[in-house]
Design a protein around this ligand. Structure first.
Ligand code: 9B3
Ligand code: ZN
Ligand code: ZN
Ligand code: ZN
Ligand code: ZN
Ligand code: ZN
Length: 305
């Protein structure tokens, strides 16, 4: 059965998505943006007061890397908090009245399932490339942003295999298609990973500073300070290249270059003690502190609409 403080399987998450959408019809709608390589439905939740017109929106995705289980847990937590506090929390109420928040709880569903059933440390998709016995590409190297130039491998057996072409991974293509289609209204892109406790923003594919570097930095510093205020968890903020590593093909860089100014990658808890195997006992505190950072960014986005 579904629990917000457990690492739910995909089947449990999908039935949760369906029940959430059907029990909150005025605030939530769902749509399938396409199927994964193995045919699972990439199901997107749209949160926000329904209005006849297109509202400005925030796109939040989780589970691009299979083994980063705290990530889908956060997307589920965000939905719970949003629906629970709409009407009582003034900021969340204002957010969902003025904007829409798209939540994609698991991008890499095939990989997520595989990490539950077969290999806990799996990272990539589960696509089959002709001519190789190795499976999958790194979806966060498969976006069309400096594709395969740095920090990625063209070896299909590598953990950071960039894919045969940009958007070769059908999961990446579906996400990119959706964001392209809605790029005029999507004001922020937040993608959730683990671990390291970092708040990253463009660029990772180059050491060059983004045009909006100073604003992105100040918002990141404010967001991580908000996060730290709850339990003292410390985060580092900065451009991906200088803060973690130089690497191309990431979703945040791609969204930023498409014109989504507020584009951030979160690396949640911890800093390596448990790493990807973060105990379920830490889901609640991790999600509660991350809510503060996400709400900080959302408030800044709203102020700048
Ligand atoms: N644009 C990016 N933003 C963040 C990262 C770090 C994550 C950490 Se799991 C990754 O390696 O895919 C990597 C890239 Cl390429
Ligand atoms: Zn398709
Ligand atoms: Zn990751
Ligand atoms: Zn990571
Ligand atoms: Zn522990
Ligand atoms: Zn809460």
């Amino acid at each position: 059965l579904h629990s917000y403080t457990k690492y739910n399987t995909w089947d449990t998450i999908l039935s949760w998505i369906n029940s959430i959408a059907s029990s909150n019809p005025s605030l939530v709608s769902k749509q399938v943006i396409g199927n994964t390589f193995e045919g699972r439905p990439m199901t997107l939740l749209k949160l926000g007061k329904s209005s006849g017109t297109t509202k400005p929106s925030i796109f939040l995705d989780c589970g691009i890397h299979a083994r980063e289980w705290i990530s889908p847990a956060f997307c589920q937590w965000f939905v719970k908090e949003a629906l629970e506090t709409y009407g009582s929390d003034s900021q969340m109420t204002s957010l969902l009245d003025q904007m829409d928040v798209y939540v994609l709880p698991v991008i890499n569903i095939d990989g997520y399932e595989y990490s539950h059933t077969t290999n806990r440390m799996w990272r990539k998709t589960r696509s089959k490339l002709s001519g190789s016995s190795c499976l999958g590409a790194d979806p966060n190297r498969n976006f069309d942003a400096g594709w395969c130039t740095v920090g990625a491998s063209s070896n299909p057996c590598s953990e950071t295999f960039c894919g045969s072409t940009p958007e070769s991974e059908i999961e990446v293509k579906h996400v990119a298609d959706f964001i392209r289609k809605n790029k005029s209204s999507i004001k922020a892109y937040l993608t959730i990973h683990s671990y390291s406790q970092l708040l990253l923003f463009p660029y990772s594919y180059s050491y060059n500073l983004a045009a909006d570097h100073s604003e992105l930095m100040s918002v990141a510093q404010g967001a991580s300070a908000a996060l730290t205020s709850l339990y003292g968890t410390r985060y580092t903020s900065g451009p991906g290249a200088s803060t973690i590593y130089l690497a191309a093909g990431g979703s945040d860089d791609w969204a930023y270059d498409l014109g989504v100014k507020y584009s951030y990658t979160f690396e949640l808890r911890d800093t390596g003690y448990h790493g990807f195997l973060l105990p379920e006992s830490q889901i609640k505190p991790t999600c509660e502190e991350t809510m503060l950072a996400v709400k900080y960014i959302a408030a800044h986005v709203q102020k700048n609409l």
